[in-house]
Design a protein around this ligand. Structure first.
Ligand SMILES: [Zn+2]
Length: 364
């Protein structure tokens, strides 16, 4: 097994292009061609975690938070980041981070939190914009099925719970091949008319190259005519946070007590209770305060996240209850998420969960 085999599965689940601009998800230490025998999964990386990888004979650490976020100009071992990286390199341990890309996918960090709380009918709280394209292409009638099939297999044509979505219209294509051409139909130097199908479908922007390459491979023409248009539509499958419903409404206090237990929170910080039952729950693992207004607009009764600053609690405005359950606590099940994914996809590969509690915050 090579590092890249493990990365492939992680990136099929959480494509790296879904990470935020400030992020540094990906292979941070090591080479993707390095051999790998076992992976250790952790939320954060500290020297203790690297030591654990050494002790448990793991040559890859998969973390949620990237150990390097800003630039590093020196590696002198002057802080825990440098020391962790040096220790990993000296011991031939690769480090891979799956961060905001795992936050953005529906079955990622927030999907896991929703599952733990027992939410139903979950939707992305703030779907990603500018992430869809429209592909229009023209195929000879006899080849339209094969072209459609190829682009669908490459990831085009998915809308919610539907795949193979396209719109097709018949028309006439014209072309005149010059002396250097080798046309699939028609003769050199003669204007040719061909019955064609105009195929329109939707493509996630990150799959553009894959879909175009599938189109070119499956299309019989030497020069394939196709157009890609950026779409204003939001893509509901990818984005920040999650909103869903409890199977049965709970009182605010009962709900918060249950959350405290599920996430083993030392102390939940929350805003005034509104004395109404909790049914709709919005959430975001980690630092999600930027989503409060979205949660309010969608009618959430409670918004669960971490890392709220004092003034941000005022944003509740008696429209919902903000519950700060802590950054670490809210994301703790991400380890389980990576573990479940890898043991399912690569059953013959050893994956261990870190036993180090990396939460730097203690409660008195
Ligand atoms: Zn985080």
């Amino acid at each position: 097994m090579q590092v890249k085999d493990i990365i492939k599965e992680l990136e099929l689940f959480a494509p790296p292009s879904f990470q935020e601009s400030y992020d540094n998800a990906g292979l941070i230490v090591g080479n993707s061609n390095d051999a790998v025998s076992a992976a250790l999964i952790s939320l954060d990386i500290t020297e203790e975690v690297v030591q654990e990888a050494i002790d448990r004979k793991c040559d890859l650490i998969i973390s949620h938070h990237p150990i390097i976020m800003g630039g590093i100009k020196r590696l002198n071992g002057n802080n825990y980041v440098e020391r962790s990286v040096i220790k990993a390199i000296k011991n031939n341990i690769a480090i891979y981070a799956c961060h905001t890309n795992a936050d953005s996918v529906k079955t990622g960090v927030n999907g896991m939190i929703s599952k733990k709380i027992g939410l139903q009918n979950c939707k992305i709280l703030d779907p990603k914009k500018n992430s869809l394209l429209k592909l229009v292409t023209y195929a000879p009638k006899a080849n339209a099925d094969a072209v459609r099939e190829a682009i669908f297999s490459a990831g085009a044509g998915n809308i919610g719970n539907y795949d193979s979505c396209s719109f097709n219209t018949e028309g006439t294509g014209t072309f005149k091949a010059n002396a250097d051409a080798n046309p699939h139909v028609g003769n050199l130097g003669e204007l040719h008319q061909e019955e064609e199908i105009r195929i329109e479908t939707v493509v996630p922007a990150y799959l553009k190259n894959k879909v175009v390459s599938a189109l070119l491979k499956s299309h019989p023409y030497e020069e394939v005519a196709f157009d890609l248009f950026p779409l204003e539509n939001v893509w509901n499958e990818v984005g920040s946070g999650m909103i869903g419903e409890l199977p049965e409404a709970e009182s605010e206090l009962d709900f918060l007590k249950r959350i405290k237990k599920i996430f083993n929170v030392g102390c939940i910080k929350y805003t005034s209770l509104l004395n109404k039952p909790v049914k709709k729950v919005a959430l975001c693992g980690g630092a999600g305060s930027f989503l409060v207004n979205k949660a309010k607009a969608l009618g959430a009764d409670v918004f669960i996240s971490g890392d709220f600053k004092y003034h941000q609690y005022f944003d509740a405005e008696n429209q919902l209850v903000i519950a700060d359950i802590g950054h670490f606590e809210s994301e703790q099940f991400t380890k389980e998420l990576f573990y479940e994914l890898l043991t399912k996809k690569i059953p013959n590969f050893a994956v261990c969960l870190s036993n180090v509690n990396t939460n730097p915050i203690k409660y008195l």
